[in-house]
Design a protein around this ligand. Sequence first.
Ligand code: ADP
Ligand code: MG
Length: 326
Amino acid sequence: MTEKPRGSLSEFGLIRQIQQQAGGADHLLKGIGDDCAIQRQDGSKELLVSTDLLIEGVHFTRSWTSMEQLGRKAVAVNVSDIAAMGGTPKSLFLGLACSKAVSDQELQEFTAGFLAEAQRYQAVLAGGDTCRSPGPLMLSVTVLGEVEKGRAICRRGAAPGEAIYVSGTLGGSALALQLLQQGKRPPAELERQHHTPTAQVELGQKLAEACLATAMLDISDGLLADLGHIIAASGVGAELQLSALPLSSEFRLAVEQNPQLIDLALSGGEDYQLLFTSQEQQLDQLPEFAGLISRIGTVSEGTEMIVWGPDRKPYECSRSGFDHFA
Ligand code: ADP
Ligand code: MG
């Protein structure tokens, strides 16, 4: 058998291939193959919709990530926005613009990663659009999700005195990226956090169902920048304890060697952990949340955000969060 040349599939050949791999779901009356997908709607639920762009050279570099990992990440970062509202992802839409430099094999690996990650969250690929790109690989992913009426957790809603919690660990993805940019190989766990983050869907759902969070979002631009969104939307301030930030053992080791790296936990992007406020002061002590979340601070009056250092002085972070237009 001879190897096909790179990128030899036609648009419809590629769509057919994606369609064959995609499969269906009960909530999809119609998936790939018509002008629109048709999704069943439950009257007791509200629809959640979110879109994310991933551009080669901006969000990812193909030499650092496999196509399978890229497919996974495209889904996870998108589903993370549904998790951030406490919802359940249902249908995904994939806008794909790729040049001939992407081989058929690579596209298949991308699709396999995309679909495998979607399956983790019981979401299905329900449609999309496909075209040639004159240069970079560009992905636009849209997700439809649902949440019980009135239960979506928004950025607005935090009140003074409430506790501030974060899931998982912080800074690992940003540290992995920094090491890759320096031509170094990150520790495996940090590399995993960067290339294949996990959307915290179950945690978000649990918080929404039990009405335990007053405000929530997922951390994509860095803890301080994203907490800034919650306090701006809620009209409150916040105080954080630097020593309370949850760090992986790999990250902690790096900080021991270079203390400045702690700033990546405060302002490095792409953690995709949930950041939320709650009236419950010790949620992290409950068995069902222990080990999953950490209390990092308290919502305050005013509009200031203060990070208290170990010396009980305000800590100044040397970096600000990620801004594409900065
Ligand atoms: P239209 O001309 O109506 O845009 P297309 O030929 O672009 O239709 O798409 C045909 C079907 O294939 C549609 O159901 C569309 O949602 C789906 N589709 C196209 N590209 C993709 C893709 N990259 N991923 C998933 N579904 C896709
Ligand atoms: Mg189309």
